[in-house]
Ligand binder design. Structure first.
Ligand SMILES: Cc1cc2nc3c(=O)[nH]c(=O)nc-3n(C[C@H](O)[C@H](O)[C@H](O)COP(=O)(O)OP(=O)(O)OC[C@H]3O[C@@H](n4cnc5c(N)ncnc54)[C@H](O)[C@@H]3O)c2cc1C
Length: 465
């Protein structure tokens, strides 16, 4: 264990907000743990900072760097049960276990996240409709509480703490190690289809046709086209390839590129987004393309550009991911896209997906059945914050929720409405643990606050142009 007077402050992927911690304590060994109760300020685990907003930050408090807890503990080749320390990354697990014929049960859009982070945000992947969230595959873990207790948590032991910690945003204690089930694969390749679609209706059609036969689905979308089609895009779907011959075919190594400097803030604007969308939409000439690709470019296309957040310049950017129930999907999307178009803001990396109905064990987990859209906006001060608050209101009215792992600004009122289980959850929060996110979203909500104090919001329902 090592206490550092900060030279390098932890930051989240969106680099907004920028906060200062009082200190960073690095943890290297499971038998040499900090006495958290003795710390003057509150503490929060931090792994690789792949959360976009402030749920991994603890302004003024202690950041517990768990990224050095990265040892494999055991692997059962019969059942696929892996036990490892919580700071190990999904990339390291893939490196070791894919050649042995095993794959992650659920993977997000980057492999540079830790097992602890995957549990704390109960992450989802392209296979949510088939496999639910990461937490659905966790069988147990050990949790360090600030009073020094080390709790073994599973669906049978300390089961409520187990449920609170899955999707518990790092607030219930420090996960030291975790055990979860991997799935067998025959080779590292994916049978992939790319299908171009010209409207939201067409997206729904392809999605309905694909969910039964394809394990992985997601779409890149262009939301700036306007008109009744609402959006257009490329639908990607895939299954693990089952050919034994391909098991020994070496995968092409991707040479990572890096963004060496922070781009100037004018580099990303709605015109450059429109130009990028046009190119990307037409990059594939035929409407349908079938390919066999290795798992890396299929699951992690963005990982080939290191530090891509620098494209958004020094001010950083905000991700915004929401889910709305299927019944409201069309209406909510129409309202949201109209509001974004009015704002003149563009989102480069817009991803559309459906969530299935597999319930997660997590008390505070984000995924629920419906349509989920992830967008990102360069941070442009109040203008961006106002836009996202308006979007919150539409999501709220549609019975949906916004993803805490990607949030840096939602109000306490919105959070408490999106996650009505937060009060039950707060009983399990460790008294010495806190985060910038948690302090913001659990602030008291005055009864008189409605419409987030913004008269603009009264126009919801009237936004379709
Ligand atoms: C390019 C990109 C694509 C992404 N795609 C997806 C996606 O498809 N689906 C999805 O769900 N998410 C996605 N994410 C978000 C990302 O998966 C989550 O934010 C993930 O939790 C980050 O893990 P991390 O290890 O970097 O943890 P951090 O961001 O450092 O921390 C995340 C949370 O975990 C807690 N934590 C970390 N380690 C521990 C521990 N040992 N014990 C207790 N708590 C701990 C922290 O306190 C914090 O609350 C994406 C992020 C990026 C940058």
């Amino acid at each position: 264990m090592d206490s550092q007077n900060i030279t390098k402050q932890p930051h989240s992927w969106g680099r907004y907000p920028k906060v200062k911690h009082s200190q960073v304590q690095s943890i290297y060994w499971r038998n040499e743990l900090p006495d958290i109760a003795q710390l003057e300020e509150t503490a929060l685990p931090f792994a690789y900072g792949r959360s976009y907003g402030d749920s991994c930050l603890n302004e003024g408090g202690v950041s517990l760097d768990v990224s050095h807890l990265q040892r494999f503990i055991s692997f059962d080749e019969e059942t696929g049960l892996l036990r490892c320390e919580a700071g190990i990354s999904l990339a390291e697990i893939l490196e070791v276990l894919v050649p042995r014929g095993w794959f992650l049960p659920v993977s997000p859009g980057t492999k540079f996240v830790s097992v602890g982070g995957a549990i704390a945000n109960d992450i989802h992947g392209k296979n949510h409709h088939r496999s639910g969230t990461f937490g659905c595959h966790v069988t147990r873990f050990e949790l360090l509480r600030s009073n020094g207790e080390r709790l073994l948590c599973s669906p049978e032991y300390n089961s409520e703490m187990f449920r609170a910690t899955i999707g518990g945003l790092g607030l219930t204690g420090l996960i030291l190690w975790a055990e979860f089930r991997l799935k067998p694969i025959v080779n590292p390749y994916i049978d992939m289809d790319h299908i171009r679609f010209a409207s939201l209706d067409e997206f729904f059609e392809i999605s309905a046709e694909s969910d039964a036969d394809y394990e992985y689905t997601m779409s890149w979308v262009d939301i700036l086209i306007g008109g009744k089609n609402l959006c257009r895009g490329n639908f990607m779907r895939g299954n693990h390839n089952r050919s034994r011959q391909l098991a020994s075919k070496p995968m092409k190594k991707r040479l990572p590129l890096a963004v060496p400097i922070d781009f100037p803030s004018f580099a990303l604007n709605s015109l450059s987004v429109k130009a990028f969308n046009e190119l990307y939409y037409h990059k594939q000439i035929p409407k349908r393309v079938h390919k066999i690709v290795s798992y890396d470019p299929f699951f992690y296309p963005l990982d080939s550009i290191h530090d891509w957040y620098r494209m958004y310049g020094k001010r950083g950017f905000l991700q915004y991911q929401f889910v709305v129930p299927f019944e409201e999907g069309h209406h909510a999307m129409r309202e949201i896209l109209a509001r974004i178009r009015r704002s003149g803001e563009g989102s480069f990396l817009t991803v559309l997906k459906t969530f299935g109905d597999i319930t997660s064990p997590g008390m505070l987990s984000f995924p629920r059945p419906g349509l989920t859209l992830a967008l990102d906006f360069a941070y442009d001060g109040q203008k961006t914050l106002r836009l996202l608050e308006d979007l919150d209101h539409i999501v709220l009215q549609s019975g949906g929720a916004v993803y805490p792992a990607k949030d840096a600004r939602m109000s306490a009122k919105s959070f408490q409405a999106f996650f009505p289980g937060w009060k039950e959850f707060s009983a399990y929060v460790d008294p010495k643990f806190s985060s910038s996110f948690w302090r913001r979203v659990t602030a008291a909500v005055p009864d008189s606050v409605d419409n987030h104090g913004d008269p603009e919001l009264t126009r919801i329902g009237d936004t379709i142009r």
